[in-house]
Structures are given as structure tokens and as C-alpha cells.
Design a protein around this ligand. Structure first.
Ligand code: FAD
Length: 303
């Protein structure tokens, strides 16, 4: 496995990355987010996306974060948007407002049930019923690039992986340009999923969503909610490190590096990182992938 860390194999410059952030709730969180954006921006991501809180709870904050990214950086923002708790007109209004400020990429999602994960999903009366309709609605408003979700281990509500892939096919038929996966820790799951997706005639990019494990307990909680499995070997690597932040950080970097390098070795060139608004680990992984700062940051470093 050590041979996978030879930088020459991964410095080809063909790697493309995108970063996902969530809108900050407090002034302190805002500072953390912006420090992270400033640190990661020189890596020239293809886009940076900003999530939409459950039940549309961050409508304003998502918009404000996306608008600030457009105003203060040269990054291309992608705004997440869900069908939950809003009429079509309200959702369309959000889409039009994005178009007006110059946003050209939306991550279109159904969203979780208003009662939380596990509750029964009820479309809002007068709202978009399915993501497919939302994708069509967005495309009707402007020539947006639209990304959608994909689930290598199936969405918890899907009857089977085939049913889930049918749902992805429907989203593609409605105009989705790219799918970003739920995070996973076992790369074989991703490759088996992509094989099945391709066999179903889906040709859009299926970009792996990577969650660098900064905090194992938190990641395991996310995974339980998202229907993602946590391999025993991963739990074993973080065992006994709850109070040992320094070692945990080193292990986290090694685990994430191992995952992305294996993906690269098996032909993956696009990565979407769930940053949790933290830059260090993601920056290190990107460095390992051969990405180097461009522009002013690179000039400062060289001076
Ligand atoms: P869909 O693609 O419509 O559904 C996913 C699968 O669930 C389908 O393939 C289908 O098989 C099954 N399914 C859906 N509805 C039903 C049903 N009624 N009966 C049976 N099966 C069904 N959530 C947010 O709130 N905000 C975000 O910003 C956000 N960003 C995300 C980004 C990514 C990359 C991913 C992977 C997820 C994100 N989510 C976000 C989570 C997402 O909203 C939830 O997983 C939600 O439960 C499903 O939304 P979806 O768009 O994936 O749904």
C-alpha cells in the first residue's frame, strides 16, 4: 500500500475537486467557514457547494453564503436546494434569485422528511413532489448546471438498490448533469454501484462524495442516519483515540489518503469533499492528490 503514496503517480494535474460547506449559524462559525474557504480556494476547485438546511431552515443563510462567495471570491458556487416545506412558486423564486446574482449551478435534492430522517416523507401541498420535477423546474428557469444525489449503498427509503438506480435514471432523464454520491468508506461499494449505474444506461459523472473522518463518533452517527456502512476496520483504526486528538488527526489523514489514492489508482479523477467547514484535512488530501495552490496564494508562498 505504501507505494500508493508515491507523489509522481498522482501529480498529473488531471484531478478535479469540489468542496461542500454548510451555512454558518453563528458569527464564530462564519469566521471558521471563511478561513476554510480562503485556505481551500487557491486549490482551484471546479465548484464549491453550500448545503440547504433540513426543512429549508437555512434558506436565507444558504443564499447569503453563496452570494458572499460570488462577491468576494472567484469560486463558482453551487447552491443546494430541496423540495421540502415550500410551494413550487417559493422554490422557483429562490432559483430565480440565484440566477439573478449569477449562480449557474444548483444541487437539486428532495430533502429529508419534515419529521426528520425515518419519518414518512410527505410532499408539501403545492410543492415539487419529486426531485425530477425540481430538476425540470430549475432548467426551465435558466440554463443551470444541475447536480443530484446518488447512493452507492441505496437511500434508506429505497426498496432496493435497483429501485434507487431507477430513481437516479429518472433524475438524469429530467436533465441532471452530474450525481454526487453519499459518502462511503469501502471503495468496492462505489465501483460496484457505478458498474450497475452504467449498465442501466446512465452516463453522467458519478462523483464520489468523500467524508474525511475528523471525528469518528460523529462520522458513525452521520453514517447511521445516511444508511452508509462503517467497516469494522475503520472503527478499529480510531479505537481508543477519543481523547487523543493529535493521534486521531494523523490517523484521519492516513485513512482519507488511503481511500482517495485507491480511487485514483482505480481511475477516479473527480472528488467532492464534505469539508464540514474545516480545511486542514481536506487541504492535505488535495496536496497528496497533486493539487497545488494557484494565483496569489501560490505567489505569496513562493516569495
Ligand atoms: P431522491 O433522489 O428523490 O431519493 C433518494 C432515493 O430514495 C431514491 O433513489 C428513491 O429510491 C428513494 N425514495 C425517495 N422517496 C421515496 C419514497 N417516497 N418511497 C420510496 N423510495 C423513495 N439534504 C438537505 O436537506 N440539504 C442538503 O443540502 C443536502 N445535500 C445533499 C447532498 C448530497 C450530495 C447528498 C447525497 C444528500 C444531500 N442531502 C441534503 C440529503 C437528502 O436530502 C436526503 O438523503 C433525502 O432523504 C433524499 O433526497 P434526495 O434528493 O437524495 O432524494
Amino acid at each position: 500500500m505504501l507505494s500508493a503514496f508515491r507523489p509522481s503517480r498522482h501529480g498529473s494535474g488531471r484531478i478535479r475537486v469540489s468542496f461542500e460547506f454548510f451555512p454558518p449559524k453563528t458569527p464564530d462559525m462564519e469566521v471558521t467557514l471563511w478561513k476554510s474557504i480562503e485556505r481551500l480556494a487557491p486549490l482551484s476547485p471546479s465548484f464549491v457547494s453550500v448545503t440547504y438546511g433540513a426543512g429549508g431552515s437555512t434558506r436565507e443563510r444558504t443564499h447569503n453564503t453563496v452570494a458572499r462567495i460570488l462577491r468576494e471570491t472567484s469560486l463558482k458556487p453551487a447552491a443546494h436546494l430541496t423540495c421540502v416545506a415550500a410551494t413550487r412558486e417559493e422554490v422557483d423564486e429562490v432559483v430565480r434569485a440565484y440566477w439573478e446574482i449569477g449562480v449557474r449551478h444548483i444541487v437539486a435534492l428532495r430533502g429529508d422528511p419534515v419529521g426528520g430522517v425515518g419519518a414518512r416523507y410527505e410532499p408539501h401541498p403545492g410543492g415539487y413532489v419529486q426531485v425530477c420535477d425540481l430538476v425540470k423546474g430549475i432548467k426551465a428557469i435558466g440554463d443551470f448546471e444541475v447536480s443530484v444525489s446518488a447512493y452507492p449503498e441505496k437511500h434508506p427509503e429505497a426498496a432496493s438498490l435497483d429501485a434507487d438506480i431507477d430513481a437516479l435514471k429518472a433524475k438524469v432523464d429530467c436533465g441532471a448533469d452530474r450525481a454526487i454520491t453519499q459518502f462511503f468508506f469501502d471503495n468496492d461499494l462505489y465501483f460496484r454501484y457505478v458498474d450497475r449505474v452504467r449498465a442501466r444506461g446512465i452516463t453522467i459523472p458519478i462523483v464520489p462524495g468523500i467524508l474525511p473522518v475528523q471525528n469518528f463518533r460523529q462520522a458513525a452517527n452521520f453514517a447511521a442516519r445516511a444508511g452508509a456502512s462503517v467497516p469494522e476496520w475503520l472503527a478499529a483504526r480510531f479505537e481508543g483515540l477519543d481523547e487523543d486528538i493529535e493521534t486521531r488527526r494523523l490517523i484521519a489523514a492516513a485513512v482519507a489518503a488511503e481511500q482517495v489514492i485507491d480511487l485514483v489508482d482505480r481511475g477516479v479523477s473527480d472528488f467532492h469533499f464534505y469539508t464540514m467547514n474545516r480545511a486542514d484535512l481536506v487541504y492535505a488530501i488535495c496536496h497528496l492528490l497533486g493539487l497545488r495552490p494557484q494565483g496569489a496564494a501560490a505567489e505569496r508562498a513562493a516569495a
